[in-house]
Design a binder for this molecule. Structure first.
Ligand code: ADP
Ligand code: MG
Length: 535
């Protein structure tokens, strides 16, 4: 065997692209900055909304960082890592997604300057990591304790999270609903937000929203002569269909005479009647069936005055069990009173254009619903996102019991502390620590810009106030003045700030350590740059 020298050796499949060294870093930085640019105008109470239109023409109008990024369907691998920062933030805390992304974008931008000055990426990554660790301890020192039953503070936290998200006019009302809902579902196992179901109904206004101590099921009753209202309801949850047990697939039925047919029908009828009788005997007067209910059985149930619903969603079944205390029954022969749950009132009501079934007045329900109203579909969905954020922050606060002032007060305080900390860091890492401190200024700057203020003036004033020891001085985006965020009731969970800084730093560190990208050929893309990244 002989080798031909001077010939390149191809180890990658044809069409693969490879980007290395400085080019790879440049590509990451550009992609990360583009993502953060895409959301920065939405930050804060005066942030703008975005309208996103998908290929099928569906329109989404939102101010919510993670929603924007998910709707944008971003393809670039580096950009996706920044999107992941937002997703993690959303999962862990429910809020602060825009903040996390713009911090990540700014850390990348500052890293670019350092790379231009020939500072090695590993040095930058290390410096950022030192700074993030310092940030954690400064934030923790800044945090205030909150009791899980301090409703007043919990409401303020909910309101801060909803600011600027289409819920403005009814913020007070919604914050109250959110706090009551989270408190209702909290138990010794913690707080599972799946137990707070948001049911939406277009029509009326957001101010008509309310909390249902139970479940709202978006279904109509299975037969029109069933009752629309049952007081003191005994609730049966059925996982199996109410129907005649099917014949075996290969069974053959030979009916040769009319009498045989009649007998066969009568037998089926008898079987269904038996099931309905066992339901009535158990004492159940409301039945939720996860599957179908045979026509005849519906008729029998109606005659017995039982209110039944069929094809109820699994998630609703779960909520119903948590709210009423019923145990799901998986076998028709297993229907008995011990499995039933209880609700003070079950009633079908017309709300706006929808017919909904309310299961309410449950005793000590472990699942509750917020019935969210609003004039249009877009209003309702955006307010729903605001509610989700508020539920998230109230939950985290009840779990962790620590809050910090908002309005960029913590970011200013952090930048200050980290600049001091940098003085004690030796070597070139010091420059990266300083860059980290500067990067945090992106939050106050952006809040000011979005409120139509001069960011430099605002920063100078904020810094001066913090130098004087006013650790909760932040930007009041409504008046444009610097004020005490605690007095203004702008507070956020500590966790939201910690998580934003930590996941932004981790993602940036990871990106900085990469200097070689090998990308297989994309089948669906003729574009050059992993899909366009210009916004
Ligand atoms: P994120 O997705 O990061 O939560 P938001 O658009 O919700 O983005 O904006 C959050 C920022 O707005 C936080 O820094 C928060 O402290 C600030 N903020 C919220 N309410 C006010 C307010 N009334 N005045 C000033 N800043 C506020
Ligand atoms: Mg928010």
């Amino acid at each position: 065997m002989s080798y031909t020298y001077g010939q390149p050796v191809y180890i990658l499949s044809e069409g693969s692209r490879r980007t290395r060294g400085r080019d790879a870093q440049w590509m990451f930085i550009r992609a990360g900055k583009a993502v953060s640019e895409a959301v920065r105008t939405t930050l804060g109470p005066k942030g703008m909304d975005k309208m996103l239109v998908d290929p099928s023409g569906t329109v989404v109008i939102t101010n919510d960082g993670v929603t924007i990024l998910e709707e944008m369907d971003i393809e670039h691998p580096a950009a996706q890592m920044i999107v992941e920062v937002a997703s993690t933030q959303e999962e862990e805390t429910g809020d602060g997604t825009t903040t996390a992304v713009i911090i990540a974008g700014e850390l990348l931008a500052k890293a670019e300057d350092l790379l231009d000055d020939d500072i090695h990426p590993t040095v930058i990554a290390n410096g950022y990591r030192f700074a993030a660790a310092e940030a954690r301890s400064v934030l923790e020192a800044l945090a205030m304790q909150v009791d899980a039953d301090d409703e007043d503070t919990l409401r303020k936290i909910a309101m801060t999270a909803m600011t600027g998200k289409g819920a403005e006019a009814s913020k007070d009302l919604l914050a109250g609903l959110v706090v009551s809902a989270v408190q209702a579902v909290a138990d010794e196992d913690g707080i599972d937000l799946d137990d707070v179901v948001i049911e939406t109904a277009v029509g009326g206004s957001v101010a008509d929203s309310r909390l249902v101590e139970g479940v709202v099921v978006d279904k109509e009753r299975a037969h029109e002569s069933m009752p629309t209202r049952v007081e003191d309801a005994s609730v049966l949850l059925l996982e199996t269909p109410i129907e005649v047990r099917g014949l075996e697939a290969d069974a053959e039925l030979s009916i040769t005479t009319p009498a045989q047919l009649e007998e066969f029908i009568a037998r089926e009828e008898g079987e269904l009647r038996g099931v309905v009788d066992s339901i009535v005997e158990s004492g159940a007067n409301v039945v939720f069936c996860q599957q179908g209910i045979d026509d005849l059985a519906r008729h029998f149930l109606a005659r017995k005055g039982v209110l039944a619903l069929r094809r109820v969603k699994k998630s609703d079944m779960h909520a119903l069990a948590r709210a009423t205390g019923a145990k799901s029954v998986g076998d028709l022969s297993d229907i008995e009173s011990a499995h039933l749950g209880h609700a003070g009132l079950v009633e079908e009501r017309r709300i706006g254009d929808d017919t909904l079934l309310f299961v309410e007045e449950c005793e000590n329900p472990k699942s509750v619903s917020i019935l969210l109203r609003g004039g249009t579909d877009h209003v309702v969905t955006e307010v729903e996102r605001a509610l989700t954020d508020a539920l998230g922050v109230v939950r985290v606060t009840m779990q962790e019991g620590t809050v910090v002032p908002g309005g960029s007060a913590p970011e200013i305080e952090l930048a200050r502390a980290i600049r001091d900390f940098a003085d004690g860091v030796s070597g070139r890492e010091q420059l990266a620590v300083e860059a980290f401190a500067d990067a945090l200024d992106v939050v106050p700057r952006t809040l000011a810009e979005n409120a139509g203020l001069d960011p430099i003036d605002t920063l100078i004033e904020l810094r001066a106030r913090h130098d004087r020891g006013e650790t909760s001085a932040g930007l009041d985006a409504y008046t444009g003045e610097v004020g005490d965020m605690e007095d203004l009731h702008v507070v956020e969970p500590l966790r939201v700030k910690l998580q934003a800084i930590e996941s932004a730093t981790e993602a940036v560190e990871l990106l900085l350590r990469i200097d070689d990208v090998v990308a297989a050929r994309l089948n669906n893309s003729g574009g050059d740059d992993f899909g366009e990244m210009d916004f």
